[in-house]
Design a protein. Structure first.
Length: 220
């Protein structure tokens, strides 16, 4: 199967996730092409699948995407995030008219900003795609109850990076850390996308400006 995987944020912040998914699909025997943001922080990685880093914020990305669809001729387009639900809606209708199936994985079912104004557009988008990948039961409930997404369009695939998708979240042991803290040990966990917008830079500046115990451990 020919799969066009689209990291549609235009900012590349789902880069690691989409690379891992593309690699898994490639290893499963599919012909994969990944479209990611022009700001490709994994540009130097050696990968066994095709990749194009041409997406930016705005409508030009959607024209780039249409060109890639015409060139690659995929059986399935898998959208990861979209920066414009209106542009995505027109694109999905165009792709499906060509006989291409469209899958959408929402990493947030609605954007953080202007979410209620954009709700009707996202609702229409969820009704147009062939499948919406649901990573946990909470997302499934919200898609059905808030956005009236037809249940037959939902594909439940637990086991995502979202810890809520696991009934018993897996734990990863770090060789340098024991399970039990020693007396006076101080541990800091930064959970999330490692960028200044998420506060990582501020946290690092605070840590550097103070005298902390030598037994402090930080995990990002």
């Amino acid at each position: 199967m020919r799969i066009l995987l689209v990291e549609g944020s235009g900012r590349g912040f789902l880069n690691q996730y989409t690379h891992a998914l593309s690699l898994g699909l490639h290893q499963a025997g599919h012909d994969v092409r990944l479209l990611t943001g022009a700001r490709d922080e994994l540009a130097d990685w050696a990968i066994p699948f095709d990749k194009r880093a041409c997406l930016k914020k705005g409508l030009l990305s959607w024209w780039c995407l249409r060109r890639q669809v015409r060139a690659f001729k995929p059986d399935v387009i898998h959208l990861q995030w979209v920066d414009s639900p209106l542009a995505a809606l027109f694109f999905v209708r165009w792709a499906r008219a060509k006989g291409i199936r469209v899958v959408y994985t929402p990493h947030n079912i609605l954007p953080h900003e202007r979410r209620w104004r954009s709700l009707p557009l996202f609702q229409a988008l969820y009704h147009q795609v062939d499948r919406v990948v649901v990573r946990d039961r909470h997302l499934g409930w919200a898609l059905e109850e808030i956005l009236d997404t037809p249940q037959e369009r939902l594909a439940y695939l637990p086991g995502s990076p979202n810890p809520l998708s696991f009934l018993k979240p897996p734990s990863l042991s770090l060789s340098e850390l024991s399970k039990q803290k020693s007396p006076g040990e101080f541990r800091v966990l930064f959970f999330g996308h490692g960028c200044s917008r998420k506060g990582l830079q501020g946290l690092l500046e605070v840590l550097l400006s103070r005298n902390w115990p030598s037994s402090m451990h930080m995990v990002i």
